[in-house]
Ligand binder design. Structure first.
Ligand code: IMP
Length: 439
């Protein structure tokens, strides 16, 4: 077994939490390397649903060590809430949370002014139709501060004098915005400083040199699972900019967001749904909300396609192989986990996008400009559906309906990457690991 990087291969919400949970049993360390509590990883174990926004999904496995890397932005309030709720449901089984969860000293913090700024900007943007549709959790503003070199790192909470200076500096500019751009009251340094000191007291036992822990793990041939959040097409560099999140969601982010070099053996597994969804604004070539509203509504209802962080209805569309092949290239995927094919169980046929028409020309590549992507018309191949089969009760790949096996082969043929996992229902047990000989 190798180390594994798990990345979303679409626009997020592909089912990464379930795959991470599944692979966690075969690993020693689970590390999150980017994003923050804009993510929502839903896990169903023994019929019990758990939604995690920040703590790695591997936490539900006893004895696994969960790490939060330097590439993450961490909201301490959300972190403590998650710890409390996991404690209440007995996840730590008597162990202390800090013995199982470590936060990098370099992880940047999301503070109240980041959340406020995110929400005020989105409110203002909605009046001018330039809204990104962020999750409003302060993710973008926290990453902005990091890049602008005025962020607050976890370690800063432990050095009060420096912390106060940094907060003063951060608020100086923010307050100009709050007062003069948004017409709001300024934020005071003192109460924020006191709040941060309290956070520091609680966070101190969790703060560790996560990079070093991972280096040692590799030296000892321990296995690491890198848990990505969001998806390839939401990546700050490689996504449909500016309708993206503010972090490196692609596999390369796993290195930057933990401090490891690229020379250790690793598989890169891209998680993709058998169809596509997107939350928030931005181009989505295979969207069917207008062309096939009934199918879209049906998929949304059966697939429970509502955001686990914001509750927003997700936009629905057919599988887009052009976008997926882009994800194969950008991430260097070695395998695909195909999720939620069961949601399409009652469709007589399924559409798969194999190319776009852009400015009258056919292309099989992701268009370079936003405008071209917005105007890309999908070219579809129509394949027979697997209507009438109850795939959820299948436990062996070869027992899946012929039409679904054909759908899988079609996807593999186009992408040139094997499907290594098929998820056919929300539960842990409703997952089939694919042995290439079975296909
Ligand atoms: P932000 O990450 O809150 O700044 O939001 C930026 C964009 O990324 C918005 O379109 C969000 O809907 C989207 N986004 C952020 N996190 C997720 C996620 O976990 N799943 C799907 N979309 C997400």
């Amino acid at each position: 077994m190798k180390n594994r990087i798990i990345v979303g291969a679409q626009w997020g919400d592909e089912g990464k939490g379930k795959v991470v949970d599944l692979y966690s049993s075969q690993t020693d360390y689970i590390v999150r390397y980017q994003g923050g509590n804009n993510a929502g990883h839903t896990l169903v174990v023994g019929g019990k649903k758990t939604v995690l926004h920040l703590i790695p999904s591997g936490v539900l496995h006893p004895n696994k060590v969960c790490l939060i890397g330097n590439g993450v932005v961490l909201d301490p309030q959300v972190f403590f809430k998650e710890i409390e709720s996991l404690q209440a449901s007995g996840v730590f089984q008597g162990a202390s949370p800090e013995s199982r969860i470590h936060i990098s000293e370099r992880t940047h913090l999301i503070l109240p002014y980041h959340r406020l700024l995110d929400q005020l900007r989105e409110e203002k943007a909605s009046q001018s139709a330039s809204k990104i549709g962020t999750t409003g959790r302060g993710i973008g503003p926290a990453y902005e501060d990091k890049i602008a070199r005025r962020g607050i790192q976890a370690i800063d909470l432990l050095f009060p004098n420096l912390l106060r200076k940094k907060l003063e500096r951060a608020l100086e500019e923010k307050n100009i915005l709050f007062q003069h751009h948004f017409g709001k009251a300024p934020m005071q340094v003192e109460p924020l400083f006191q709040e941060c000191l309290e956070m520091g007291k609680r966070l101190r036992p969790f703060i560790q040199d996560v990079r070093h822990i991972l280096v040692q793990a590799l030296e000892q041939k321990k296995k690491i699972l890198f848990e990505g959040a969001q998806g390839t097409l939401l990546d700050i560099d490689h996504g449909s900019y500016p309708y993206v999140t503010s972090s490196s969601t692609v596999a390369g982010g796993a290195l930057i967001g933990t401090g490891l070099g690229p020379s250790f053996p690793v598989d890169v597994i891209g998680i993709a749904k058998a169809y596509t969804t997107r939350v928030g604004a931005g181009p989505f070539p295979t969207e069917i909300e207008e062309t096939d509203p009934q199918i879209a509504a049906r998929i949304r209802q059966i697939g429970a396609e509502f955001g686990s962080t914001t509750g927003r209805a997700r936009r629905v569309g057919w599988l887009d192989l052009v976008a997926l092949r882009y994800a194969v290239e950008v991430n260097g995927l070695t395998g695909i986990a195909l999720m939620k094919s069961d949601v399409m169980n009652d469709l007589p046929n399924v559409h798969v996008c194999t190319g776009y028409r852009v400015n009258g020309k056919t292309t099989h590549q992701m268009p370079l400009s936003l405008e071209e992507l917005e105007n890309a018309e999908p070219i579809y191949e129509v394949l027979p559906g697997w209507k009438g089969y109850d795939t959820q009760s299948v436990r062996k790949i070869e027992d899946l309906p012929r039409e679904l096996l054909h759908y899988m082969k079609f996807i593999e043929g186009y992408l040139g990457v094997p499907i290594v996992l098929m998820s056919i229902g929300p539960g842990r047990e409703e997952t089939l690991e694919v042995n290439p000989k079975q296909m």
